[in-house]
Design a protein around this ligand. Structure first.
Ligand code: NAD
Length: 368
């Protein structure tokens, strides 16, 4: 074996373990073909971790994740652990906790249309021609992490509104936070079609004016990348008007939260969306969907978002772009051949081509 790679697997809850098994199948097949030894260690996160240890993010899980070359997460959560009691642990604390502990400041979400699935989108098929974008969202700063507060009774003389409750959140960015996310985005654009939209609200917000300044300073190091500034309200509109104009988009935490959900719906299917969260250490890869408790255990979950997360891991953490291309090609061919899980089937799907989780995984592996 020429190379050994350590991967921490977090199957989690609901359909998590089912789709993770398909990811492991792909890893074994790729390992054989590319002569890479994948050392896989499984750890607890989310609801199952609460059941077995009392904590949604046990210390051993964090240690395993830190020691690995990459972390693959399936999904966590479910009605069993839903609680409004703040004293009780919740599965989501495990997810937020591991992102924070690993310092994952950049969230990458590719939005790509697989031509056979064009009908699943709410947009007209013509509008989707050529859509292939990557959204780079800042994940540990901005409006979600700035100073916030409440005042029970605030004098409102200035507005003439009288006294009343007051709440505020602060959109706060430091230069280094903007610089590192900008570099992540420029690097990504340089490896793609060389076009970067930096999305801000510089006509109103001071934090956006600093964002724009720093992004332009970083741009000097990437003369091959075309940089376009775009206001966030315009971007929201352009995403549904002419989505193919975007190659890579980089933006602040909350803008990215909203725009990435908008963009993901261009594909029309939650079961096809992968994501990567990168920092300075171990990166984490996961599908964008949740644990789908409504179909857990039925063997019908779509494993492709999980497999596309594996593809991102090959590309961004393991330096295996050929394996990544091969895997995405295998997924595309499986869809071209007409195979569908329930969530991506429509009235034109031949019932004989309707497959379950395990079969979909086998079909992809057979095409690798
Ligand atoms: P969800 O994404 O789990 O499910 C939404 C709908 O999409 C469901 O009908 C589900 O069956 C379907 N779906 C999702 N993934 C699918 C797949 N791979 N194949 C086929 N169908 C799929 O969102 P939800 O129902 O709002 O949340 C369920 C649980 O997941 C909650 O406990 C929530 O907190 C958790 N959640 C976890 C994550 C995560 O682990 N990152 C993200 C979102 C939600």
């Amino acid at each position: 074996m020429t190379r050994s790679v350590r991967i921490c697997l977090l199957p989690g809850d609901g359909i998590g373990p089912e789709i993770m098994r398909e990811a492991v199948k792909v890893l074994r097949a790729v390992g054989e073909r590319w002569d890479v030894g994948f050392e896989l260690s499984e750890a607890l996160l989310g609801g199952i971790a609460i059941d077995e240890t009392g904590s949604p993010l046990p210390a051993e899980t964090l240690a395993e994740a830190r020691a690995a070359d990459a972390v693959l997460l399936a999904a966590i959560g479910g009605p069993k652990w839903d609680t409004t009691d703040p004293a009780k642990p919740r599965p989501e604390q495990g997810l937020l906790g591991i992102r924070k502990e690993l310092g994952l400041y950049a969230n990458l979400r590719p939005v790509r249309i697989f031509p056979p699935l064009r009908g699943a989108s709410s947009l007209k098929p013509e509008a989707l021609e050529g859509v292939d974008m990557l959204i780079v969202r800042e994940l540990t700063g901005g409006l979600y992490f700035g100073e916030r507060g409440r005042e029970a009774d605030s004098p409102g003389a200035a507005t003439g509104g009288g006294a009343g409750r007051r709440a505020y959140d602060t959109l706060d960015y430091r230069e280094y936070e903007i610089e590192r996310i900008a570099r992540t985005a420029f690097e990504a654009a340089a490896g793609r079609r060389g076009r970067l939209h930096s999305v801000d609200k510089a006509n109103v917000l001071e934090s956006s004016r600093l964002w724009r300044e720093v992004v332009h300073e970083v741009a000097r190091d990437y003369p091959g990348v075309e940089l376009i500034d775009q206001l966030v309200d315009n971007t929201a509109m352009q995403l549904v008007r002419q989505p193919a104009q975007f190659d890579v988009m980089v933006t602040e935490n909350m803008f990215g939260d909203i725009l990435s959900d908008e963009a993901s719906m261009l594909t029309g299917s939650l079961g096809m969306l992968a994501s990567a969260s990168l920092g300075d250490g171990t990166a984490l890869y996961e599908p964008s969907h949740g644990s789908a408790p409504d179909i857990a255990g039925l063997g019908v979950a779509n494993p492709l978002a999980m497999l596309l997360s594996v593809e991102m891991m090959f590309r961004h953490s393991l330096g295996m772009p050929e394996a990544a291309d091969t895997l995405s090609g295998a997924i595309a061919r499986t869809l071209d051949d007409g195979y569908r899980t329930r969530d991506i089937a429509d009235e034109t799907t031949d019932p004989a081509m309707l497959v379950g989780t395990v079969e979909m995984g086998d079909l992809v592996v057979a095409r690798l």
